[in-house]
Design a protein around this ligand. Structure first.
Ligand code: PMP
Length: 399
């Protein structure tokens, strides 16, 4: 007889992580008709033609094999000059750049490369859904640092300092932030950097939305600040800026020792990123600045429209300074995030993600993704307006 295991075959730490709130919600959305989705975190644009052409050309040439574990040398050189140009940081294509399967893999191997079991890993919240589960899967302890709408969802060095203990080891940053669109100014970033040096923290900086920082705001990478390059793993990729989510192409840049550690995890788990995606990424990074700017302009136009619309409805909405998300406060409706999202979907056929999918700090908010064509966004905003007016209308006495 087989010995009975408590809890079945699944490992405890895997059992402890929840399913992504976004995925569950979108399974419902997909089963419905005529829904306008302001939910999914991916560009609505098709990948620019010249990038697709580079992928086609790679196939035509029969470029269909494995690449070096670190990625194609030609791509690593493109990444090095792109990161120097955009972020002012120098990484060697020889041993400080690793090409990955999206920022998702880069994040996973960065966490696995640096976390010892029981280490405390700090991250700001509300945040991207993968951070806390990724930390748990790497046997670390997630330590969220709350940010608030009153403060524009800015991360404060003081708030981090209050949660640092002798077990703190890593700080995960994501600016501009999914889901809030917050960015971090140089002055606060310098205070945070100083804290990281003082407490000997490693920083994993997810900068996948950096190009989508809107004009008037500066994107500063923490890795470019004095004393930070040596303790920072810089993560970036092509998914958002170049509308390449399906290519699954990201990269991690870090000092050689950290890159070597990540490469070992990557080598046994993934081997290498797809060569076709790597060839396409060279074209994106070298030659697609104008295409990226045109997409950013559209996101900005849509952001301005939705923020004004939410405010007219009486829903406070911080102006996002980057990304293609808006994060309105729906608490004036008296509904919680999930009730709001489910009822809006059922009654008006508009999908937005409940804010608490991004951590408890997102309760009372929903994430609106502006990665949908403007004419559909206009219809969606009319529907949301009608819904909010209906929900807010006081119930007649005695009803
Ligand atoms: N980081 C953040 C903050 C994201 O929002 C996403 C995608 N939604 C990712 C990483 C993953 O990106 P990729 O497609 O490169 O895996």
């Amino acid at each position: 007889m087989v010995a009975e295991r408590s809890g079945g075959f699944v490992a405890r730490h895997v059992r402890s992580i929840p399913r992504s709130g976004i995925r569950d919600f979108f399974e419902i959305v997909q089963s419905m008709r005529d829904v306008i989705s302001l939910g999914i975190g991916e560009p609505d644009f098709v990948t620019p033609w010249r990038i697709r052409e580079a992928a086609i050309y790679a196939l035509e040439q029969g470029r269909t094999g494995y690449t070096s574990n670190l990625g194609l040398p030609r791509l690593r050189r493109s990444i090095a000059s792109y990161v120097r140009r955009w972020f002012g940081i120098d990484y060697s294509p020889e041993n400080e750049i690793l090409v990955t399967v999206g920022v998702s893999e880069a994040l996973d191997i960065a966490l696995r490369a640096v976390i010892n079991p029981g280490d405390e890993i700090l991250f700001h919240e509300p945040c991207y859904v993968s951070y806390a589960p990724g930390i748990t899967l790497s046997h670390g302890k997630p330590v969220p640092v709350p940010t608030s709408a009153e403060d524009g969802f800015a991360l404060r060095a003081d708030a981090i300092a209050a949660r640092i203990t002798s077990l703190s080891r890593v700080l995960v940053l994501n600016f501009p932030t999914n889901p809030t669109g917050a960015v971090l100014g140089r002055a606060e970033l310098e205070r945070i950097a100083e804290l990281c040096v003082r407490h000997d923290l490693v920083v994993i900086s997810d900068e996948v939305y950096s190009e989508l920082t809107f004009p008037g705001h500066e994107h500063v990478s923490i890795a470019s600040l004095p004393g930070m390059r040596e303790r920072t793993i810089f993560l970036h990729g092509c998914s958002k800026a170049f509308a390449m989510t399906g290519f699954r192409l990201g990269f991690a840049c870090a000092p050689a020792e950290l890159t070597e550690a990540m490469m070992r995890v990557h080598q046994y788990a993934m081997l290498c990123a797809s060569i076709i995606a790597q060839e396409a990424a060279i074209e994106a990074l070298d030659n697609c600045h104008d295409e990226m700017l045109r997409m950013r302009e559209k996101y900005l136009e849509r952001r301005n429209f939705v923020v004004a619309a939410f405010r007219r409805m009486g829903l406070p909405c911080i102006e996002p300074k980057g990304t293609f998300y808006a994060f309105p406060d729906i608490s004036p409706t008296g509904l919680n995030s999930r009730e709001f999202a489910i009822r809006l979907l059922e009654e008006e056929r508009v999908a937005m993600v409940p804010g608490d999918a991004f951590g408890p700090g997102g309760s009372g908010f929903v994430r609106c993704s502006c990665s949908t064509a403007m004419d559909l966004i206009e219809i969606a905003m009319d529907r949301i307006d009608r819904f909010v007016a209906r929900v807010r209308r006081p119930t007649p006495a005695g009803a």
